[in-house]
Design a protein around this ligand. Structure first.
Ligand code: ARG
Length: 462
């Protein structure tokens, strides 16, 4: 079947595309998500074309008005997107022509779809970075709330998922605040770096029309126009930075999710997840499953997958634009949607979370968690070299294990059988409360330190 040639470039073509060609070539099914950015960009471009005398004020006005109509049609869901018109840029322009006639054909002066798509996508990603910024702050506040409530609740700190030393619940929550705080700063860095306007780079070389790129850059909220037209249409590093920051953030969420899954199990009972963020089992009536946490734990798969996919699309592409780059969007859209969903779910879960203070404490007090405190006491009070103290403490742990008790339950005589110089004073360091209270070094787990960090973060985010 021979279709009529394309209305945008039909001049050189005798026949239209094969149906398969149309199917592989079209991006309208997904790039319609950039309609608002596309129209905003075109309105700024049209205003600039009139301000520089390239088109008349009258045409510019007609274009700008017509574009608003197109936008309202799209937003109302009344717009008939056409695959034959390939992408959002040509769909919008064709509809504009229906609406206003001849002046529509002047909009594309001094511009190309190459700088247009680079602009639209950049603005879309910029909007996402801003949304991400807000979502991260909300989650950080939820964690700060947990940290504040349990600044001095004692829980086991783990290495290798084996009890290591007692820490505070607040300290553990604040570890995630630090991680998400760095995610936030990555988002802000990326936004700063990407905030240059590609509009006016045209196809790749710039244009002979006397355009004003400063004007469009400013109108669209950019810090400046991009300084090299080839780079402006060719790179997608801004999307990769978004995906990089998104991947790291998703990795952090995944670790917190894993902890929530473990902590909410019947074996741990460290936390109770709210019904609002759990599900039941259709067969086992006793079950309350941490599905939200599990799904967030898994989201890293598609988000990091998007990162790998786009990096792979972009690698090895000769400058400037190649159609490969149309494959840049869907994965970014998907990653953005899923990260936002994951952040919202995590925020809800953290807000509703009920830490089980008693269970945390008894878990902290088992597993010889204050052995390091004991060794430190031998160093501090008896002046022993740490290596020797480590050895003696090991022997004391073995004695406690044989007796089936924890370190504070060993009698003084039993301790003195291992090391004659030990005195009653040692017991002051063997409780988990004493252990965490003593860790007052900067960044340590002592409640006093944790409260300082909470205050610092609250101030930073205020
Ligand atoms: N739909 C295209 C994309 O997403 C727009 C740019 C097309 N440019 C071109 N020279 N064919 O990449």
């Amino acid at each position: 079947m021979t279709k009529s040639a394309n209305q945008m470039w039909g001049g050189r073509f005798a026949a239209g595309p094969d149906a398969i060609m149309e199917a592989i070539n079209a991006s309208i099914s997904f790039d319609q998500r950039m309609a608002r950015q596309d129209i905003e960009g075109s309105r700024a471009h049209a205003a600039m074309l009139a301000a520089t005398g390239i088109i008349t004020d009258k045409d510019s006005e007609a274009i700008r008005e017509g574009l608003l109509t197109v936008l309202s049609e799209i937003e109302a869901g009344e717009f008939a997107f056409s695959t034959a018109l390939e992408d959002i840029h040509m769909n919008v322009e064709a509809r504009l022509k229906d609406l206003i006639g001849e002046p529509a054909g002047r909009l594309h002066t001094g511009r190309s779809r190459n700088d247009q798509v680079a602009l639209d996508f950049r603005m879309w990603v910029r909007d996402q970075l801003d949304a991400l910024d807000g979502a991260l702050i909300a989650l950080i506040h939820a964690l700060l709330g947990q940290a504040e409530a349990g600044a001095d609740w004692v829980m086991p700190g783990f290495t290798h998922l084996q009890t290591a030393q007692p820490v505070t619940w607040g300290h553990h929550m604040m570890a995630y605040v630090e991680m998400l705080g760095r995610d936030l700063s990555r988002v802000r860095d990326a936004r700063n770096r990407m905030n240059e306007s590609p509009l006016g780079a045209a196809a790749l070389a710039g244009t002979s029309f006397p355009i004003d790129r400063e004007m469009t850059a400013k109108a669209l909220g950019f810090d400046r126009p991009a300084a090299n037209s080839l780079d402006a249409v060719a790179d997608r590093d801004f999307a990769l930075e978004f995906l990089g920051a998104a991947s790291i953030c998703a990795m952090h969420l995944s670790r917190l999710s894993e902890e929530l899954v473990i902590w909410s199990s019947a074996q741990f009972r460290f936390v109770k997840l709210s019904d609002r963020f759990s599900t039941g089992s259709s067969i086992m009536p006793q079950k309350k499953n941490p599905d939200a946490a599990e799904l967030i734990r898994a989201k890293i798969g598609r988000i990091f997958g998007a990162n790998v996919a786009l990096m792979t699309v972009m690698k090895g592409l000769a400058l400037t634009y190649s159609k490969d780059m149309q494959e840049d969007k869907e994965q970014v859209f998907d990653a953005a949607d899923n990260l936002m969903l994951a952040l919202a779910a995590m925020e809800g879960m953290v807000r509703d979370l009920e830490a089980q203070q008693d269970n945390l404490r008894s878990a902290a007090a088992s597993g010889f968690s204050t052995a390091t405190d004991l060794a430190d006491w031998l160093v501090r009070v008896l002046g022993m070299p740490f290596r020797e103290a480590h050895h003696i403490t090991g022997a004391l742990v073995a004695a406690a294990e044989t007796k089936g008790v924890d370190l504070p339950e060993l009698e003084l005589a039993e301790m003195q059988a291992v090391c004659g110089e030990i005195t009653q004073d040692v017991y002051t360091v063997l409780t988990v409360e004493a252990s965490v209270a003593s860790r007052t070094s900067y960044g340590g787990t002592a409640p006093s330190q944790v409260r300082k960090q909470i205050a610092r973060w609250r101030e930073e985010l205020a």
